[in-house]
Write a new protein. Structure first.
Length: 115
């Protein structure tokens, strides 16, 4: 019977709250650098902010969907203002030579280690 319902049974459609879980990140270490890959589908470069302070790398991503037609009726509307923020302690980084690239929804960072 549940297979016929268009929403999964764990769907938050009837829930009063929804938790912002952030985004997935992988961090690899090589001899000379840390390599960070963050999944940020749909994010644009201008909506990302990277900072490195006191040993903490912080990635902030913001998205605000603008509704053009206010007369549209939505059955469900989840695309709205969203802000994700993740911080990681990664010590011994040459912060002046951090390289960042956003391609196909994946942010790739190269954080060279101090020599």
């Amino acid at each position: 019977m549940f297979e016929m319902i268009p929403f999964k049974n764990n769907d938050d459609f009837f829930s009063s709250t929804s938790i912002n879980k952030g985004f997935n990140v992988d961090i690899h270490e090589t001899e000379s650098a840390y390599l960070v890959e963050a999944d940020l589908p749909g994010m644009k470069k201008e909506n990302l902010n990277l900072s490195y302070k006191n040993g903490y790398l912080t990635i902030t991503a913001k998205r605000e969907d603008i509704i053009e037609d206010r007369n549209e009726i939505y059955v469900r509307h989840e695309k709205h203002y969203t802000e994700f923020k993740r911080s990681f302690f990664i010590n011994n980084i040459d912060k002046n030579n951090i390289n960042a690239q956003l391609k196909n929804g994946v942010l790739k960072l190269v954080l060279p280690k101090k020599e």
